[in-house]
Write a protein that binds this ligand. Sequence first.
Ligand SMILES: *[C@@H]1O[C@H](CO)[C@@H](O)[C@H](O)[C@H]1NC(C)=O
Ligand SMILES: *[C@@H]1O[C@H](CO)[C@@H](O)[C@H](O)[C@H]1NC(C)=O
Ligand SMILES: *[C@@H]1O[C@H](CO)[C@@H](O)[C@H](O)[C@H]1NC(C)=O
Ligand SMILES: *[C@@H]1O[C@H](CO)[C@@H](O)[C@H](O)[C@H]1NC(C)=O
Ligand SMILES: *[C@@H]1O[C@H](CO)[C@@H](O)[C@H](O)[C@H]1NC(C)=O
Ligand SMILES: *[C@@H]1O[C@H](CO)[C@@H](O)[C@H](O)[C@H]1NC(C)=O
Ligand SMILES: *[C@@H]1O[C@H](CO)[C@@H](O)[C@H](O)[C@H]1NC(C)=O
Ligand SMILES: *[C@@H]1O[C@H](CO)[C@@H](O)[C@H](O)[C@H]1NC(C)=O
Ligand SMILES: *[C@@H]1O[C@H](CO)[C@@H](O)[C@H](O)[C@H]1NC(C)=O
Ligand SMILES: CC(=O)N[C@H]1CO[C@H](CO)[C@@H](O)[C@@H]1O
Ligand SMILES: CC(=O)N[C@H]1CO[C@H](CO)[C@@H](O)[C@@H]1O
Length: 756
Amino acid sequence: MCNPRAFVLLVLLQFLLLGSSVSAKSNGSSQWKTLTGSPPLVIARGGFSGLLPDSSAAAYYLALQTSVADVALWCDVQLTKDAVGICFPDPNLDQCSFISVVFPNQSRSYLVNGVQNTGYFSVDYNFKDLSDVRLKQCVESRSPVFDDSFPILTINDVTKQMTQTKTTALWLNIQYDAFFRQHKLNMKSFVLSVSKKVHVSYISSPEIGFLKSIKPLVNAKRTKLVFRFLDKNGTDPSTNQTYGSLLKKLTFIKTFASGILVPKGYIWPVEASYLQPHTSLVSDAHKVGLEVYASGFSNDDSFSFNYSYDPLAEYLQFIDNGTFSVDGVLSDNPVTPSAAIGCFSQLDTNATKRDKTLIISNYGASGDYPACTNVAYNKAISDGVDVLDCPVQMSKDGTPFCLNSIDLQESTTIAKTSFMDYSISIPEIKSGNGIFAFNLTWTDIKGLTPSILNPFATEFKMFRNPKYINTGTFVTLSDFLSMTKNETTLSGILITVENAAYLAEKQGLSVTDAIIDALRSAGFDKPGSQKVYIQSTDSAVLLNFKQKTNYELVYKIDKIVYDASNEAIEDIKSFADAVVINKKSVFPWDNGFLTSNTTRIVPKLQASNLSVFVGTFSNEFVSQAWDFLSDSTVDINSFIQDAGIDGIVTDFPKTAARYRKNKCLNLGEKTPPYMQPVRVGSLYELISQASMSPAQAPAPLPLLTESEVVEPPLPDVATIASAPLSLGHPVPKNAQPKVTVCLSNVAVFIASLLLL
Ligand SMILES: *[C@@H]1O[C@H](CO)[C@@H](O)[C@H](O)[C@H]1NC(C)=O
Ligand SMILES: *[C@@H]1O[C@H](CO)[C@@H](O)[C@H](O)[C@H]1NC(C)=O
Ligand SMILES: *[C@@H]1O[C@H](CO)[C@@H](O)[C@H](O)[C@H]1NC(C)=O
Ligand SMILES: *[C@@H]1O[C@H](CO)[C@@H](O)[C@H](O)[C@H]1NC(C)=O
Ligand SMILES: *[C@@H]1O[C@H](CO)[C@@H](O)[C@H](O)[C@H]1NC(C)=O
Ligand SMILES: *[C@@H]1O[C@H](CO)[C@@H](O)[C@H](O)[C@H]1NC(C)=O
Ligand SMILES: *[C@@H]1O[C@H](CO)[C@@H](O)[C@H](O)[C@H]1NC(C)=O
Ligand SMILES: *[C@@H]1O[C@H](CO)[C@@H](O)[C@H](O)[C@H]1NC(C)=O
Ligand SMILES: *[C@@H]1O[C@H](CO)[C@@H](O)[C@H](O)[C@H]1NC(C)=O
Ligand SMILES: CC(=O)N[C@H]1CO[C@H](CO)[C@@H](O)[C@@H]1O
Ligand SMILES: CC(=O)N[C@H]1CO[C@H](CO)[C@@H](O)[C@@H]1O
């Protein structure tokens, strides 16, 4: 390796990433519906190109470390002017490297398969000219922090990396034979020379002419030839036939290839972002003896809403749908298909839970349906949630009902109705205007149209399940209780209480009494199989319940806290059995990367017999640290295995429930690499090395102190004759002593954080 910087980075990676070479061979004895009956192949496109620059040494390394042992490393072969074979995604080097910085003003224009293309082409440079060119991420949405560190690799460099694991396969993709021939470069003789030196397991090309010409010259037992299909409209330059028409000639293709590689939509078509019934391509191809590999898998690409942003679900659809299995998948994030194959396939529908972590819904299955609607609740139950949650709000006429927020604007279309006139500002509740639940009767609220929560829409333009954006109906607390009471799969329900003091004092509504009454009427006050959890951020609410009931009490800490003082923990123990904390309190992060190991908060709370629940888990990869490889299962696995939490609060109970059934739990030393918790901090180290400037020292650890935990007791319920007087107006100072005290406590707490 000519670049000392990249070498240092690689050594670091080697040191910090999963080091053990535990055998990760998939279980071959099970019945796969692939052509040969073997498990499907995982093909790492340019290495782990979903995180690290495509075709970089680091990307290939990470792929080897996180995948099944027989992973195939995919190299897009390009030739330089002096006929050196490099692995690079395109013959135009411009988009995925900094070549234009090294050779300013040298861009050129060529016809590539009939399309005019401008940039910097490998055919114009000798390999040694490229020694100062560094790689960069080709996909804009991917983190650029690893850019400008890694040089272009030759195929030789890649095969050297593979020697440490004997089972790894090499896959050479020859995308542009015709183009290189136009430039007097002979791809065929180059590929043959490589295959004489190293074992090339697969050669793919979208050009029939190339495959036909090489077929007599390779050993069919050692090397499989794969015909690659592109867009159905596209044309193979060697035959002038469209790929769409070639799809009808599988027996002809079998004469020169042993398999086909097709865009995944050829198998499971997607229309308007929803999955259509599958085509018969896999079984048709298997009938004529062709293997089928599917391309286009990456964890950060928009895929069908049928998968609920869960990339593992997509792989299962292709390899474990009961009807067929593709023979391999071409992936930018090979950890995910590895886990799909090694841990999640062929699970019994009734597979037992192998992990005891509690799964608690966040407003029902709110990732799939509008929050707290009947459909969100039913989906959460059928997805296997343990504890179903109802955040209780009060209507003007005193009906407790389930909704994520006291402000009806957050998950209904009320802002588009005549109730918009009810929009007011109550700074004690939230900043900005709201249309508050206690201002409308239950009849009016029931008539509102629910609307799905979209936490990642503004910043990331990621939207949830558009087909069901306004479905479902809202339920009262007593509806919720009768729906859950006989549900044997639920181990409990969780009732969330907020704004109790305000409702009592200003609106004359006692939310705590309403809840206690509803639970009693539904029979939850008697010992039963289901636990009732009462959750609040307000310790006074929990103390109130503690005096009157025997329910499990859960204290929610909104702030990010890495530790807690002994006094604070003693206080919490006096009114709570469990605590809910933020994900970022468990693994500190900076700019999307984990900065250090787990904090002390979880063991500290657990040492005092407080259960620790953590939230909120979402499938959208933008909600996860990059360290979790854009895979919600890797995220969940690390929190459970590394941090040992007791419960996870999630918008997508299905992903968490499936995790608990996977075959790779409790295997100890035999845990395959793709189901081991990530080594936190390793990527962060890599970045600070890459940018050659030490990462900023992390901010001082936020500590939970006693002053925040202690709150004034709940006020008495006021008698309110008519519409409250002070609604929408600033509260006179001396009228609200209790609230003022409370606010000043928070202010002191925040100030103490800043001073730490
Ligand atoms: C492999 O599959 C066989 C048959 O299904 C099973 O008995 C065995 O336990 C499996 N091994 C592993 C490591 O999963
Ligand atoms: C080279 O590039 C620079 C900056 O893009 C530009 O100002 C200059 O005119 C270019 N020179 C030639 C000869 O194209
Ligand atoms: C493919 O062909 C159809 C019909 O000629 C056309 O409408 C469509 O835009 C083409 N798609 C691409 C990607 O070229
Ligand atoms: C394909 O079409 C081009 C342009 O029409 C023609 O020059 C070329 O000879 C054709 N190739 C084959 C193999 O038919
Ligand atoms: C995908 O989801 C849509 C909407 O729920 C549904 O109609 C369709 O049947 C699903 N497709 C598959 C293949 O399951
Ligand atoms: C799974 O469990 C359900 C309910 O207990 C039962 O009806 C069903 O037969 C079971 N299925 C299998 C495959 O065991
Ligand atoms: C649900 O439970 C209640 C009380 O335990 C019982 O009266 C009712 O019949 C049950 N309903 C169903 C559908 O099982
Ligand atoms: C994390 O913990 C491990 C083992 O306890 C230690 O070796 C490693 O240095 C720690 N890493 C960081 C970034 O703190
Ligand atoms: C935690 O609970 C266990 C068993 O209930 C008990 O033995 C232990 O003393 C408790 N520890 C603390 C710190 O309360
Ligand atoms: C076993 C399994 O998951 N089968 C599924 C295969 O895909 C079809 C279509 O989505 C589902 O209906 C099956 O349940
Ligand atoms: C039904 C009801 O309480 N409506 C009130 C909601 O709030 C607005 C604005 O404060 C009042 O004008 C309504 O009387």
